[in-house]
Design a protein around this ligand. Structure first.
Ligand code: GRF
Length: 203
């Protein structure tokens, strides 16, 4: 599996994916890391591990479709067949999804369909949820919506702040994302409607 990883920020999920692939837990070759933000910390992290990097700045494009086409061009130039969004802060369009059908994956820091969108950890705290978690899912045209590959539950504890809860969730993101990507190395995925056979449910 030839992996392209899209990031916007610090890249801790990227690091977990790169570590899993270099340790043989994830049978994937990371081919290119692309950020839409030049200052993303994850770019240096990828470079340290010898993975090629590129910046495709969304602000350089008038339309989202043109931005996504530039991403597709860069991904294809590196023979990518599977795309992992790892803290990527742009909504993707059919331009990208149609180029990699059922091969674009995202991590979300909540148990979807609860708490989609930004600040999922804060949403869980403010709602008073006792359990939240992590979802790894295929990306479709709606935000935080596509078929679920893997979920892990994380307790919300008395006294949690957004920071403490986010840190507890992040540990599970790092554990679960490589496991879910490994599912995509055993093709083809069996998908009926929204239901993916063989998904990971992790307490
Ligand atoms: C993670 O919490 C991810 O779930 C969310 O954004 C954060 C990215 O963190 N979409 P990092 O850049 O992988 O460290």
């Amino acid at each position: 599996m030839n992996l392209g990883i899209l990031i916007s920020g610090r890249g801790s999920n990227l690091e977990a994916i790169l570590a899993a692939s270099s340790e043989g837990r994830l049978h994937a070759r990371p081919r290119i890391v692309i950020s839409n933000r030049a200052g993303a910390g994850g770019l240096a992290l990828a470079a340290r591990r010898g993975v090629p990097t590129a910046v495709v700045a969304h602000g350089d494009f008038a339309r989202r479709e043109d931005f996504d086409q530039a991403l597709v061009d860069a991904l294809r130039a590196h023979d990518v067949d599977t795309v992992a969004l790892a803290g990527f802060d742009r909504l993707v369009t059919p331009q990208l999804l149609d180029a990699f059908p059922h091969r674009v994956v995202n991590v979300h820091p909540a148990l979807l369909p609860a708490f989609p969108g930004l600040h999922a950890q804060r949403q869980a705290l403010e709602y008073g949820a006792k359990v939240t978690g992590v979802t790894i899912h295929l990306v479709d045209e709606q935000m935080d919506h596509g078929p679920i590959l893997a979920q892990a539950a994380v307790p919300v504890l008395d006294g949690d702040t957004e920071e403490t809860l986010s840190a507890r969730i992040l540990e599970q993101e790092h554990r679960l994302y490589p496991l879910a990507l490994q599912m995509l190395t055993r093709s083809p995925l069996q998908i009926e409607g929204r239901r993916v056979q063989g998904g990971i449910s992790s307490p």
